[in-house]
Write a protein that binds this ligand. Structure first.
Ligand code: AMP
Length: 456
């Protein structure tokens, strides 16, 4: 019997690989424009890190972690999210002492949650996100939301809904929890076993319950907004005013509490409904945290971050046909040696052209020319370089445009120059002025190098 992949995992290959790379590269590039730098925490952490930070009452810790004892009998967990690991990394490496605050980091990689697999929900999936640690002004929250919004817009996701709420400060939350406890105590006998536990551990988590009968009860529960301290209210209003002034649309949703315990004050989610109407749930989410860094042994500094679900974003872009056509790897050249005696020259030419920055593959089998053309077509090659025995005798090769079928004989000595000319011919000629609004093929990213020219 053959072995299949683990339930809830998925293989990414061929065109989907190009789609993942495209999405991740846009996210990385724009995060770098916002002065975030890359961080690569380990996948494995001590289980206690997540219990302490994400919280014992959260579904993630209670039901979803991949936890095991290693051969040294340590309890380890495959990260179910990045934020706790980054907080640990910041504290362990004393970054709050060594670096200018705020520390701004972005990450990208797999996370693991034992959830029920369904559309847009996996057990191993990828998150891209950022953390901004060490700045208490709510403007940091807005900066992070603005980064997330810019990324989504750059990917072409125009109709994003930002749902936002505040969980207030500790005092607000404690008052709210008392009110929730009182309210749910009256209904708890008719609620699910999970909610019974949540009532004891953290009544806020009941608001996240997905059981339809419980959701009906939740609808009548007290609202967070009625328990905010004046300071928490003012902070939230400041965040909303800043978003408004930046033209970032939002909807206040006072049922939004987020499933991870470390959040305080601002929390938010990004929603997008594809034009086909498929609902993938939240494509990203995040919030502010006051005590997380302290909780893992660091100084009392706050942070804010968000995390996108990369699979969900790839799915909505695919659904709405928003991937640029030029992201799919096509070969620039397919080298066709005709006969064994041409192979050494073919390898040398292929490597030289690769060194000039073009993608080149070569036919390794001694097959007929027709068969080589079929292979070139399958590989989506733009040009063929045909190397025959006669041509080698004259130090020439044939360069054939596989789209137009035009071909020319080129001296091997001037092949690289000819290729450069050919590609530069196809490159857009833009004004290179301040208002460069070059509109290359299909409206894709400008290849014009005007920035390099400006610098020289
Ligand atoms: P969270 O860390 O729970 O706030 O999740 C952040 C984002 O990750 C969500 O908004 C989703 O886009 C994505 N996500 C969460 N759980 C899953 C899952 N099981 N499969 C795929 N994506 C997920």
């Amino acid at each position: 019997m053959s072995i299949v992949g683990v339930k809830g995992t998925h293989d990414v290959f061929n065109s989907e690989s190009c789609e993942f790379s495209f999405v991740e590269n846009v996210m990385k590039r724009i995060s770098e424009f916002f002065a975030f730098t890359e961080v690569r925490p380990p996948v494995l952490e001590h289980s206690e890190l997540f219990v302490r930070s994400v919280g014992e009452s959260s579904d993630v810790v209670r039901k979803e972690m991949y936890t095991f004892n290693d051969k040294g009998d340590r309890s380890l967990t495959l990260r179910p999210e990045f934020t706790a690991g980054i907080a640990r990394l910041i504290v362990q490496n004393k970054l709050t002492n060594l670096q200018e605050l705020p520390i701004k980091m972005y990450y990208c990689g797999p996370v693991f949650r034992y959830e029920r697999p369904q559309l847009g929900r996996y057990r191993q999936f990828n998150q891209f996100g950022v953390e901004c640690v060490g700045h208490s002004n709510p403007i940091a929250d807005v900066d992070v939301i603005s980064l997330a919004y810019t990324i989504l817009q750059s990917l072409g996701l125009e109709n994003v809904t930002i749902k936002i709420n505040t969980l207030g400060d500790e005092e607000s939350r404690n008052n709210y929890k008392i009110a929730l406890k009182e309210f749910f105590a009256k209904h708890i006998d008719n609620m699910c076993p999970d909610c019974k536990q949540r009532l004891e551990l953290n009544p806020l988590r009941i608001l996240d319950c997905k059981v339809p009968e419980d959701q009906e009860i939740v609808k009548n529960a007290p609202k967070m907004s009625d328990y905010l301290t004046p300071a928490a209210k003012e902070k939230f209003q400041y965040v909303l005013d800043l978003l408004e002034s930046m033209g970032i649309p939002y909807e206040v949703d006072d049922t939004l509490v987020r499933g991870l315990d470390y959040y305080s004050d601002t929390v938010f989610e990004f929603h997008y409904k594809s034009s086909k109407g498929n609902n993938y749930g939240a494509i990203g989410a995040g919030g502010h945290y006051d005590k997380l860094i302290k909780e893992v042994g660091g100084p009392d500094v706050p942070g804010v971050g968000f995390s996108f679900g990369v699979e969900r974003i790839v799915s909505v872009l695919k659904d709405d046909d928003l991937f640029p056509k030029d992201i799919y790897n096509g070969l620039d050249f397919y080298v066709m040696p005709m006969g064994a005696s041409s192979q050494a020259t073919a390898v040398a030419i292929a490597n030289a052209v690769r060194m000039d920055g073009y993608s080149v593959d070569m036919c390794l089998d001694d097959v007929k020319l027709g068969s080589m053309f079929k292979r070139a077509e399958k590989k989506n090659a733009k040009f063929a370089i045909i190397i025959g025995e006669n041509e080698i005798a004259n130090s020439k090769v044939i360069l054939k445009n596989l789209k137009t079928q035009e071909q020319l004989e080129v001296d091997i000595g001037s092949l690289r120059e000819t290729i450069d000319d050919l590609f530069n011919e196809n490159e857009c000629e833009c004004c290179c002025g301040d208002d460069c609004d070059c509109d290359c093929e299909d409206g894709h990213e400008c290849h014009c190098h005007c920035h390099d020219k400006k610098e020289n």
